[in-house]
Design a protein around this ligand. Structure first.
Ligand code: UDP
Length: 388
């Protein structure tokens, strides 16, 4: 269940980030393992059918509020309607378990699970306690998350989050840490020259890449400042930026910032790339940069590694587990422009880059980070209550 965003839509809507990719890949992988899967989402667009089959998954779009894009906070108002719709589905089917994502689905899943006595696994991708706004929605969310921690089987994507529950919710519930997966059939080393050409970028010069939403908390503004410092010493290096919403795009504002920092010519904003084609962006980069202030997991770091691209990331959240010197990575305090620029300069030394590119691929083969593993682990947590 993913009520806040339709996992079948491509990137480009502000709410569509890693969670969308996660839910779609999980549903697909469960179906590939032989589970009949209903992927229940909210109807965000009247043009999309109420039901359709995709990759072996039954996509069901329920009505909860007007069929248009709404913010997560707005969707919260329509939870009773969402509950009625999901209740009707649960009454008509025999669900073996519910896997819910983000608190809106968690809250509905919690009620349904209790009413129909269905195991409920809730994947906590982020936490209400970390929101700065302390409005009614935040309080409702924190209360819902507290209930989920007490009643649902909880999955988080990184160990760092376990401490958040213990400290900030004061709940010592068992938590299963299940890292997300990466599709290594798509995210794999490729021809860098061809990838640059496809993105319309010149082949010369080392390229840093950024792939992700352009929200402030992703640290993209900081990255431009750090890149401006690097640019003084390495004017040959470029930075391409992939991602951002089609509506309410921040690109004009970020372009302005790049011009004011005198890096307008070295930075290319490429806009969002559909997820099934985004692997090209990783193949084009010499190094991927993930400057987030906060990151529950950081799928892009894993996708880069699978493409043999070393990562420089902020020293926060799940990135602490995904980006290490052993896999060619480096972590820097978020917002420390000087340290970022120094680390970017260091990685451009040919011997360092070569070595880190080889290390990036460590652990990326086999089933360590496969969606199949994620799907099987979630199903077994649901059915056997396996707790870490
Ligand atoms: N992504 C994409 N196209 C884009 C930008 C991002 O397909 O133009 C994908 C990216 O490959 C990754 C996800 O969106 O799978 C972003 O997930 P991540 O966990 O890095 O960040 P979040 O959005 O959850 O903060």
């Amino acid at each position: 269940m993913s009520l806040h965003a339709d996992p079948t839509t491509t990137v480009g809507a502000p709410e569509n980030g890693g969670v969308t990719v996660y839910v779609r890949e999980l549903a697909r992988a469960l179906a590939a393992e032989g589970w009949p899967v209903d992927l229940v989402t909210r109807r965000h667009d009247p043009e999309r059918p109420e039901r359709e089959e995709r990759d072996g998954v039954n996509v069901i779009r329920i009505d909860a509020g007007p069929p248009k894009a709404l913010s997560n906070d707005e969707i919260a108002k329509y939870l009773p309607q969402a509950y009625d719709a999901v209740r009707a589905l649960a009454a008509a089917r025999t669900y073996r378990f519910i896997s819910s994502h983000y608190w809106l689905s968690g809250a509905v899943g919690d009620r349904i699970a209790r009413e129909f006595d269905i195991p409920h696994v809730h994947t906590l991708h982020s936490h209400g306690v970390e929101r700065k706004k302390r409005d009614d929605v935040t309080l409702t969310r924190i209360e819902a998350e507290r209930g989920l921690l007490q009643r649902a089987k909880i999955v988080t994507l990184s160990k760092t989050h376990v401490n958040v529950f213990r400290q900030k919710y004061g709940i010592d519930a068992p938590v299963n840490v299940v890292p997300a997966g990466v599709d290594t059939a798509r995210f794999k080393p490729g021809d860098r020259g061809a990838a640059l050409l496809e993105l319309g970028l010149p082949a010369q010069g080392p390229w840093f890449g950024y792939v992700g939403r352009l929200a402030k908390e992703k640290g993209i503004d900081d990255l431009l400042h750090a890149f401006a410092l690097l640019h003084v010493r390495r004017p040959d290096a470029g930075l391409f930026v992939v991602g951002g919403a089609r509506a309410r795009s921040r690109v004009p504002e970020l372009n302005d910032l790049a011009s004011r920092l005198h890096i307008g010519d070295a930075v290319r904003f490429l806009g969002p790339i559909p997820n099934d084609k985004v692997a090209r962006a990783f193949q084009a980069a010499d190094v991927l940069l993930v400057p987030s202030h906060y990151e529950a997991f950081g799928l892009v770091a894993l996708e880069a590694r699978a493409a043999g691209v070393p990562v420089i990331a902020s020293d926060v959240g799940g990135l602490r587990e995904l980006v290490t010197p052993e896999n060619g990575g480096a972590r820097v305090a978020p917002g420390d422009y000087i340290a970022w620029a120094q680390e970017m300069e260091r990685v451009l030394q040919p011997h360092v880059l070569q070595q880190r590119r080889t290390l990036a691929l460590r652990e990326m083969r086999g089933d360590v980070y496969s969606w199949r593993t994620v799907a099987n682990t979630i199903a077994s947590i649901a059915l056997q209550g396996a707790h870490v």
